[in-house]
Design a protein around this ligand. Sequence first.
Ligand code: 13P
Length: 246
Amino acid sequence: MRRKLVVGNWKMHGSHAANAELLAGILAAKPYACDLAVCVPAPYLSEAAVTLAGSSVRWGAQDCSAHEQGAYTGEVAASMLSEFGCRYVIVGHSERRSYHHETDLLVADKAKAALAKGVTPIVCVGETLAQREAGETETVVKRQLSAVIHALGHCAGEMVVAYEPLWAIGTGRTASPEQAQAVHQVLRAQLRAATAHADAMLILYGGSVKPDNAAQLFAQPDIDGGLIGGASLKAADFVAICRAAG
Ligand code: 13P
């Protein structure tokens, strides 16, 4: 039985005051029956680490460099995230693939760089609406995941995968539990072919997860939790989603 994981992706939101209120709200609702984490903007890692230290709530970042160190202005190395106690880093989020032209290969290198420093990559895959309508969903997500499986080799079993259909992100239009499960099943089969650990691996769903649809999504056999955007910015909503996970 896989223990569910709910991760808040704050994206580019937050301030000292807003973060303090949000984290206090999340901590006040302990204990949780699922694992949970918040992925915060890089400048706030230090305060998240201080606020959450000693609690069961984990923290992480939203991206990292594929390079170890060097002249890469603006980039953050996985070793730095590790120094801040990051448990997770999101890599390959569709917003980075779209706005920053990140390729499957770059995403795979980032996942590898993270794991090398002991930070678990949450690898995002997902199709656009046009790709879904053209019947290409499976091909797209398998191609995206395959690059990472290849780069990680025998460590592939250590990543977390997140299926985030682009048409469901921030749109209020979530994938139905059946649509999401169908893709998760495909991803699980692909992982099984690559690693003996596939049945212990977590595959999260992301895309307009809200308190009122989380339980049905999380009830699917291959949906092991969620990657939550907008609803992770309100403590009450995020806590309700965590409750729906177990
Ligand atoms: P929303 O929950 O706002 O749709 O965002 C999902 C997401 O992109 C999480 O990474």
